[in-house]
Design a binder for this molecule. Structure first.
Ligand code: SF4
Length: 418
């Protein structure tokens, strides 16, 4: 988007109101639901083109990378296909509308809130978990240089971003391909030293070879959120082995207790996969027991679905009936709901620092350092009359007075804001 802007194009990013001379659709091809969503959107844009409401259509992203041949014949309305990696080709192909210099790789145009941004530190994955199509789409793990990420961070700070959600398919491997060592701790330490960076939150670590040296960095810097998103998938050894996770149930328990020991108060977000080929009632019960005793702060779960080309699709029989998968998913998520509700209640009476995301029905809606945008709970703050309403992007303090399921209800603590 920055490249097109530099060339003199006017851009808009609003999936609710698709229009324009060129429409660029970014697609996802990771799992069935994402593929369906992408195809539905593509067909919708194709029909807008037929009605003359949009000009040309360009498609990018994982789905086009994976199924370009099939899609080209099925959706002929699309003018340009770019796959996942050669997206710059589109911007380069369009004629310049003014004299310009191509932006640097770290120069971006933000499309979401102006105070938070995702910052991708590597692409691809070398793990090849049996159920996962990501390495087939994204290729080998490739880290971005530290200096480039720091430049991007500084540029975003200059544009008003204060919260940085660091993402990668495999955070744990960051640096290995580029520097020959785990460089996540060094990167986060240096990012935390940039003035204006208020929160850094880490997403998608892998348990094997977890870079433990990032934990002291998290404990030391106030602006590194005490939060880690680490997908554990399961705890029963036979399932972990068939998933090709190269990690055992015992190691999983040790990892969780070490995270909590080194960074007291850390909130752990994880993902579990139920109904994987060969998962028995006993395996599932082990998972339930583990989740009950561990009390993850946040947990998401999926029921297994076969993804073509993966090891599991090629070599394992999808033998857990769909109805059983669904029952297991419901059981697990009901348990997690109880855990999350009770953990939220434990916070009543505490004071939290909140970043304001929006004002809704006269109350402030925001998140704490322990809440990632979109996926985690929110805090609803009532502002007494006569007190100035904070602006989105501001940080305020609030006293938790009650809960609403996963979410917190709080009252503004008058005083320091930022
Ligand atoms: S580590 Fe994550 S992205 Fe990589 S193969 Fe496993 S599930 Fe997929």
């Amino acid at each position: 988007m920055r490249m097109l802007q530099a060339k003199g194009y006017t851009l808009s990013h609003d999936p609710e109101e698709i229009c324009g001379e060129y429409v660029v659709v970014n697609t996802c091809g990771f799992i069935g639901d994402a593929k369906e969503e992408s195809i539905e959107l593509l067909l919708g844009v194709a029909s807008l083109k037929e009605k003359g409401e949009v000009g040309h259509i360009a498609v990018m992203g994982c789905l086009s990378e994976r199924y370009m041949k099939e899609l080209t014949s099925e959706i002929p309305e699309v003018d340009f296909w770019y796959g996942k990696f050669d997206w710059r080709g589109f911007a380069r192909m369009l004629p310049d509308r003014r004299k310009c210099i191509e932006p640097k790789p770290w120069e971006r145009m933000l499309t979401g809130d102006k105070w938070n941004a995702y910052i991708k530190i590597s692409e691809g994955c070398d793990r090849f978990c049996a159920f996962c199509a990501i390495p087939l789409i994204t290729g080998r793990h490739k880290s971005r240089p530290i200096d480039e990420i720091l430049e991007e961070t500084r540029q975003l700070v200059g544009e008003g971003v204060r919260e940085f959600n660091v993402i990668a398919q495999d955070l744990s491997s960051y640096g290995l391909d580029l520097y020959g060592y785990h460089a996540l701790a060094e990167l986060i330490d240096r990012m935390a030293g940039i003035e204006g960076v208020d929160w850094i939150r880490l997403h998608y670590a892998y348990p094997t070879d977890f870079p433990y040296d990032v934990l002291p960095v998290m404990a030391r810097h106030r602006n590194v959120c005490k939060y880690i998103d680490i997908a554990l998938q399961h705890v029963a050894d036979p399932v972990l082995e068939r998933m090709r996770r190269h990690f055992t149930g015992t190691q999983t328990r040790e990892l969780v207790s070490r995270l909590r020991r080194v960074v007291p108060g850390i909130r752990i977000r994880t993902t579990m996969l139920v109904g994987f080929p060969g998962e028995t009632d006993d395996d599932f019960q082990k998972l339930i027991d583990f989740v009950r005793e561990t009390k993850f702060d946040r947990l998401g779960a999926f029921a297994y679905s076969e993804e073509e080309g993966t090891f599991a699709a090629l070599h394992l029989k999808d033998d857990v009936p769909e109805v059983v998968k669904k029952q297991r998913l419901d059981t697990l998520m009901k348990l997690q709901e109880q855990i999350a509700f009770s953990l939220a209640e434990d916070q009543i009476g505490s004071q939290v620092k909140v970043i304001v995301d929006r004002i809704e029905n006269g109350r402030v809606v925001g998140r704490t350092e322990f809440d990632s945008p979109e996926v985690d709970p929110e805090v609803f703050i009532y502002i007494p009359s006569g007190i100035k309403m904070p602006d989105p992007g501001e940080m305020v303090y609030a006293q938790v007075t009650a809960t609403e399921g996963y979410d917190l209800i709080a009252e503004l603590v008058d005083g320091e804001r930022g």
